[in-house]
Design a protein around this ligand. Structure first.
Ligand code: ZN
Length: 462
């Protein structure tokens, strides 16, 4: 319940603040930002405030997403193969999309993220052009569809517009990759420069990978992103094959190449980092870069287990992403960082619940270029996610101390009760305030597979 100037007052039964979980937390919101916090406020003393039952957290950041991959969920679990066989399925869906088909698919996917408690998404966007590689009349028609989708769903967005120039060292784009490419960095920059940020949208840059972008182009992109103060993301060492190819082409690892070409900085996020070596991790640490793990994707694709312990030991901040959306659930991503480490090391407790929560919130917000979010503090973005504590998964888990342990290791997306983005409620009672999200997903995905043949994708949309 906001007044005409967008001011709101909440009384939260419990909330996770920088100093820990507090009870009876009165939060004032003004202009989409947290303007006041008081703790140990009795319910009766906040009679005019909205009552929020459960544990209120800063909203989660999904720092790595390809929204259209949601259309693959469940449909690519037949047969066998590896990342590269999965990629063929993904290319088939990519070939079907037009802006008109992508808008409802992205909107429904973003709405699913909100239901799971994500309040900001970094969309790693490389599906730019028509199937034959020619630009749409508006060369940012696909990006515009994603921006509109995020706005209609109510999620905060960083559009990480992704440069994609080649199929590999000395290999041109394949037919299926043609629509990802701008031809060269100059044309990519000219197109990206036309994208417009707004209250809930920021524009970032991405290098698809060292496979897809040659070294001089990496340097040019990094310099341009630095000049403009943009965050810069890249897929790094997701596959051993990528390491081997980079060694053959450049005589070093992908991370070392990115470092030599000026890409590493505190604004840089290495996505995956599954096969980093000790020297790569040292480079990442020295630069103050972030590493974004996507554990549910990495295990789904058979990529491997990333070196989360070594990264954390060197002080590298971690973030999370749902990437290909086999799962959209921040709790599952966070605990997987620790649980995968347990499988590898046969040791428990490498990452604390509080450390994992920071990866899911503050570090993710910083990764996608909203460093003023991901924390419940005065002056921070009013992006909040409340977990109901009375459901079957969490019943009996909280003993008055281990709030975060219970949330990280036992909660699921279905426990999210309320989500606020920029001071506006977008999920209430576990439901999106505008959409029937399951119905929208069903329709949008059916349309991709039925109406959206390659021909339709060639001709439709602006
Ligand atoms: Zn990815």
């Amino acid at each position: 319940v906001a007044d005409a100037r967008g001011n709101r007052r909440l009384w939260c039964e419990a909330a996770w603040l920088p100093a820990g979980v507090a009870r009876g937390v009165a939060i004032e919101i003004s202009g989409g930002v947290i303007s006041g916090i008081r703790t140990e406020v009795p319910r009766e003393a906040a009679a005019d405030a909205e009552v929020v039952r459960g544990l209120t957290l800063p909203g989660f950041a999904n720092a790595h997403s390809h929204a259209f991959h949601r259309a693959l969920r469940g449909r690519v679990q037949r047969g066998s193969g590896d990342f590269f066989t999965w990629r063929e399925n993904m290319y088939e869906v990519a070939a079907r999309l037009s802006p008109a088909l992508y808008l409802p698919l992205a909107r429904a996917t973003f709405a699913e993220m909100l239901l799971a408690g994500y309040t900001v998404v970094g969309e790693f966007h490389y599906l730019h052009h028509k199937v034959d590689g020619a630009p749409y009349p508006d060369p940012n028609a696909m990006g515009a569809a994603i921006i509109q989708a995020a706005r209609e769903a109510g999620i905060r967005l960083t559009l990480l517009d992704t440069c994609y120039l080649r199929g590999g060292a000395g290999i041109a784009l394949s037919d299926r990759q043609r629509r990802f490419g701008d031809g060269d960095v100059a044309r990519w920059k000219a197109r990206v420069a036309r994208l417009v940020a707004d209250d809930t949208t920021r524009i970032g840059a991405a290098i698809h990978s060292v496979r897809a972008v040659d070294a001089p182009s990496i340097e040019e992109i990094a310099a341009w992103a630095t000049e403009r103060g943009m965050v810069l993301h890249a897929h790094v060492s997701e596959q051993p094959a990528e390491n081997q190819q980079t060694l053959a082409e450049s005589g070093c690892t992908p991370m070392a190449l990115l470092d030599r070409r000026g890409a590493l900085s505190p604004r840089f996020t290495a996505v995956h980092g599954t096969h980093l070596d000790a020297a790569d991790i040292a480079l990442c640490a020295a630069a103050g870069a972030i590493c974004c793990f996507c554990p549910t994707t990495e295990r789904d694709l058979g990529d491997g287990i990333g070196p989360s312990k070594s990264l954390s030991d060197r002080g590298v901040r971690l973030a999370i992403g749902s990437d290909q959306h086999a799962v959209i659930d921040p709790f599952e991503e966070l605990r997987a960082i620790e649980l995968h480490e347990r499988l590898r090391s046969q040791q428990r407790g490498t990452h604390t619940a509080a450390t994992l929560m920071k990866a899911g919130t503050a570090h993710g917000y910083t990764s996608v270029g909203w460093p003023e979010g991901g924390v419940i503090a005065v002056g921070a973005l009013a992006d909040l996610t409340t977990v109901a504590l009375g459901g079957v998964r969490l019943a009996g888990t909280i003993d008055g101390q281990g709030w975060l342990e219970a949330i990280v290791f036992a909660a699921g997306a279905g426990d999210v009760d309320m989500v606020i983005v920029g001071g506006e409620t977008v999920v209430r009672g576990g439901r999106h305030v505008t959409f029937d999200v399951a119905g929208e997903l069903e329709r949008a995905i059916a349309d991709v597979y039925t109406a959206g043949g390659p021909q339709a994708a060639c001709t439709s949309g602006r």
